[in-house]
Ligand binder design. Structure first.
Ligand SMILES: [Zn+2]
Length: 158
């Protein structure tokens, strides 16, 4: 093997007045105590021990006029009007045309969001298209998820 000379370029003096961009240190600071984090992916801050927001962990949000639903990876959330069936029933109680158990939304480990109609009376729609009962349909950022005729939520997927 011949010695490599490709690194010589980095030894040239920098041009006058040119500086490397400052590192974005705020990305590695605790949002609570502003301590610099040695491991930004850690579950909690080394200094104040508060849990850190998990950047890069996908979260599905669906913004309905009556409230925002939030779904984490692995969580299956039943949407419906019956508090015994749906933990978010309060979001839908005022809508008589939403079924007691209407649809399920979830987020898989790959970060893909899904919705499935649970045999609702008035249907589950993605961007205006009615889902056949039991069929799993992907949800993308910006999609309109509609339950029955007029309960529309906007999908937010980061
Ligand atoms: Zn902290």
């Amino acid at each position: 093997m011949q010695p490599q000379h490709g690194r010589e370029a980095t030894l040239l003096p920098a041009e006058q007045g040119q500086r490397p961009p400052a590192p974005d240190s705020t990305a590695f600071m605790c949002p609570y105590c502003e301590a610099v984090l040695t491991n930004p992916a850690a579950a909690q801050c080394d200094s104040c021990l508060r849990p850190l927001p998990q950047k890069g962990t996908p979260v599905l949000r669906v913004q309905f006029p009556t409230g925002e639903l939030k779904v984490s990876v692995g969580q299956h959330l039943v949407l419906g009007r019956d508090a015994g069936q749906s933990p978010v029933a309060a979001t839908f109680t005022q809508y008589d045309n939403v079924s007691r158990r209407h649809s399920t939304v979830w987020l898989d480990p790959a970060g893909t969001a899904w919705v499935r109609d649970e045999g609702s009376t008035n249907g589950t729609f993605v961007n205006g298209e009615r889902l056949p009962r039991g069929v799993e349909a992907p949800l993308r950022d910006g999609d309109q998820l509609r339950l029955a005729a007029d309960v529309t939520g906007t999908v937010q997927l980061n």
